[in-house]
Design a protein around this ligand. Structure first.
Ligand SMILES: [Cu+2]
Length: 82
C-alpha cells in the first residue's frame, strides 16, 4: 500500500470532495480516500499507481497540482485507520 497525497486547488466544497472520492473509489474500491478541503489536499491509500489515481481525479474535472508518495509499506499505517 502506498499513501499518496495530491494537491487539488480547484476543490472547493463537499460536493467536490464527494466527486473526487467517487473517482478514486472507481479506480480502487478498496482504496482509502481522506480529503482536507481547507488544505486542498487529497490523501489516498491505495495499491494503485499515483498516476492512475491522478488521472481519475483529472477526469472527474479537477486539476492535480502536485503528487507526493508519503510512504510505502506492506501494511496499513495505524494512523490512517478509521
Ligand atoms: Cu464543489
Amino acid at each position: 500500500m502506498t499513501m499518496i497525497e495530491f494537491t487539488v486547488q480547484d476543490m472547493t466544497c463537499g460536493h467536490c470532495a464527494a466527486t473526487i472520492t467517487d473517482a478514486v473509489k472507481a479506480v480502487d474500491p478498496d482504496g482509502r480516500c481522506d480529503i482536507d478541503l481547507a488544505a486542498k489536499r487529497v490523501r489516498v491509500e491505495s495499491a494503485f499507481p499515483a498516476e492512475r489515481i491522478a488521472a481519475a481525479i483529472s477526469k472527474a474535472g479537477f486539476s492535480v497540482s502536485s503528487i507526493n508518495a508519503l510512504s510505502v509499506s506492506g501494511s496499513r499505517p495505524t494512523t490512517f485507520a478509521e
